[in-house]
Design a protein around this ligand. Structure first.
Ligand code: AHG
Ligand code: MN
Ligand code: MN
Length: 332
């Protein structure tokens, strides 16, 4: 066991990376770690316990209100983040408005508590995405929407949890990306993927190609480019699409590739949410040597105007993101 590093130890080791921090930030990460374990435990039972899957709003056999897994995950993360008293507010995909927590807290969290919810009922990987900022309003004052509407470049940390064949927590604080695999036998996350980087020889492209004819010419050209045979550039690429952003992103991070959710003729800003889907994964992508774009500009430089705003999204290996950007730019 002596070479094993747990997430708890890792967080303490890295505490000195935050000058002046009194350990508050570490408490926040510990809260996320705890909620992840609770949700992981529940996800693993989703196939067995019929009251976990299915629509919220109905009652289970004991007459208790049934909670859909994304409502359950939302509640668990909010509970854990509230208990540590370091978070002043949370923006969640599951809540229309931001949730004020504690005016004395310094940090705000934006999260997608359960990503890939269409995959819950079919035993396919799902995830949680989180993004952490320092508030811009003074500590002690009431929270404002401006605390949440910060550019992705202001993120202090971001990460995701993937509930897959094993549960993993992957995060960055701006000093590289590290991945931890959960061992349910002893209840700890163990550092299994230190210093994660996109491999440069990756060849995966991931898009819901049902949207091909709804996409712009540049995106259609990129799909055709991905399918074209060319030995020099390792094409055709391989198509992989799970329909869980976290799982698609995680696979591409490990194997190399690009994930795309472009604008379509019926959804000009695409589908994914800037604050708690695009930005956190963009931070990880860049820290892993990759890139993230809305097709025209760096995702993390978009100035947000709305908690739940959407953005077209292209992320993965830098050369792949740049290629699709260039085809979009020459659309005319
Ligand atoms: P969520 O479950 O949080 O609403 O997110 C679903 C998202 C994302 O996970 C996934 O990549 C995308 O929706 C899939 O959309 P399509 O079914 O349109 O491909
Ligand atoms: Mn999502
Ligand atoms: Mn979600």
């Amino acid at each position: 066991m002596e070479n094993v590093k747990t997430l708890g130890e890792f967080i303490i080791d890295k505490q000195q990376d935050f000058p002046g921090s009194s350990g508050e930030f570490s408490k926040l990460l510990s809260a996320i770690r705890l909620a992840s374990k609770i949700v992981s435990n529940k996800v693993n039972k989703a196939g067995l316990l019929s009251y976990i899957v299915g629509a919220a709003g109905s009652e289970n056999i004991q007459g208790e209100a049934q909670q859909k897994l994304d409502v359950y995950a939302n509640n668990q993360f909010i509970k854990a983040l509230t208990a540590r008293k370091v978070v002043c507010g949370i923006a969640s995909e599951e809540n229309d408005e931001y949730i004020p927590i504690n005016n004395e807290g310094s940090y705000i969290v934006a999260m997608d508590p359960l990503d890939g919810s269409s995959n819950i009922d079919v035993n396919v990987s799902i995830g949680t995405i989180f993004s952490i900022y320092k508030r811009v309003s003074p500590v002690g004052s009431d929270l404002t929407e401006a605390d949440f509407l910060q550019k992705g470049t202001e993120q202090l940390a971001a990460g995701y949890v993937i509930y897959g064949s094993s549960t993993m927590l992957v995060y960055t604080t701006g000093k590289g990306v590290n991945g931890f695999t959960y061992d349910p036998g002893i209840g700890v996350f163990v550092l299994s993927h230190p210093e994660m980087k996109f491999p440069t020889n990756g060849k995966i492209y991931s898009m819901n190609e049902g949207n091909f004819y709804r996409s712009s010419n540049g995106v259609q050209e990129y799909i055709k480019y991905s399918q074209t045979i060319d030995a020099d550039t390792n094409r055709p690429y391989t198509a992989r699409y799970i329909g869980s952003l976290v799982a698609d992103f995680h696979r591409n991070l490990i194997k190399g590739g690009i994930y795309m959710y472009p604008s379509t003729d019926n959804a000009p800003n695409g589908k994914l949410r800037l604050l708690y889907e695009c930005n956190p994964l963009a931070f990880i992508a860049e820290q892993a040597g990759g890139a993230a774009s809305d097709g025209k500009q760096r995702i993390m430089e978009i100035d947000p105007t709305d908690l739940h705003q959407r953005a077209p999204y292209f992320t993965g290996n830098t050369h792949m993101v740049e290629k699709v950007e260039s085809l979009i730019a020459s659309e005319g």
